[in-house]
Every structure is written in C-alpha cells, then in structure tokens.
Design a protein around this ligand. Structure first.
Ligand code: NAG
Ligand code: NAG
Length: 158
C-alpha cells in the first residue's frame, strides 16, 4: 500500500496537468471563449482560432491596453502572431511567427504552458487595437485586485 501511494504521488503532477481549451473568434465574433481562464502552473492552454484575423497576445492591465504590442507584455508574456483565416476559400495562413504550415485546412492552434501563478491579461492585436477595444480580451488567473471586469473596462477605454 505504501509503495503504491508513493508511485501515485510521483505520477500525479503529469496526470493533474490540465489541458484547457479556449476558442478564438467563435461564431465569427470578437471573442475569446471563455474569457476568464483559471490555470495552474504546468497546465496547457490551447487557443483554437476559428475565424478571421486574430492574435493571442498579452498586454497591460491598465493604461495602454489596446493594441497589445508585438511580442506581448511580460514577464512570461506571449504573442501568437497574427492568424489570417480566409473562410471563403478555406485556407489559413499564420503570419509573423510561424510558417505557412496550416494550408491543410486544420484549425490553427496556439499553445501556452502556464509557468507562473500571477494574473496575465491578453487581447487580439488586429485592427490597430480595434478588436481589443471591442472587447476581444481574456485573462489568465485574474484575482480580486486585478479583475477581468476592470481589465475589460480598461481595454474599452484605451
Ligand atoms: C494533457 O495533454 C497531455 C499531452 O497530450 C497528456 O499527456 C495529458 O494526459 C493530458 N491531461 C489531461 C488532464 O487531459
Ligand atoms: C493579484 O496579483 C498581483 C500580481 O501578482 C498581486 O500583486 C496581488 O497581491 C494579487 N492580489 C490578490 C488579492 O491575490
């Protein structure tokens, strides 16, 4: 019994690491779904881009929120680069940070492995911040000091 518990403890972290799915531009909207993500260190967040031209980019909580800057705001920030999806002819090009590897029609994925427990705020950088100001924003591990509601208000006003 003791041996089994020890073995279980050793493999628990990899079993417990969650894979969290977020859709980007669902129903052709300017949305991240869900917009608020709670994730532990080691969890993998997979953003799947469903429509139009979007990026997944970390930005400031307040002040200059929109547009998020190229490369994102850190520490431990990220920037997927801009995804362009032409639905009419069903081809997908991922510009900037990746090659044209998505011409096969698969839905582009951007994966981020959580490396800290602090709040991160992000948005789409398309349209010079227009998508961001329209509310296309998300938060990873917002807390009672840095809430998603306040971040969204800051984005709309920036
Ligand atoms: C998450 O994905 C990884 C890699 O595919 C897998 O090893 C792991 O078991 C998955 N975890 C959960 C909770 O689904
Ligand atoms: C929220 O996160 C910030 C940044 O890490 C931290 O300074 C602050 O103490 C946190 N607030 C709460 C209530 O946990």
């Amino acid at each position: 019994m003791l041996l089994k518990l020890t073995t279980l403890t050793a493999i628990l972290p990899s079993i417990l690491a969650a894979n969290i799915t977020v859709t980007v531009g669902q129903n052709n909207g300017l949305t991240f779904t869900p917009a608020q993500i709670t994730a532990a260190i080691g969890d993998v967040i997979t953003f799947t881009v469903l429509s139009r031209d979007h990026s997944i980019t970390t930005t400031n909580f307040a002040g200059t929120v929109c547009p998020p800057p190229d490369g994102g705001v850190g520490p431990n920030g990220f920037d997927s680069g801009l995804w362009v999806i032409c639905l009419s002819i069903n081809y997908r090009i991922h510009m900037s940070t990746h090659s044209l590897s998505d011409l096969d029609g698969s839905q582009p994925n951007f994966r981020y492995t959580v490396v800290d427990a602090v709040p991160h705020f992000g948005a789409c950088k398309q349209a010079a911040g227009g998508h961001c100001r329209a509310g296309m924003t998300f938060a990873i591990n917002p807390n009672s000091t840095f809430t998603y509601t306040q971040f969204l208000a800051n984005a709309r006003a920036s």
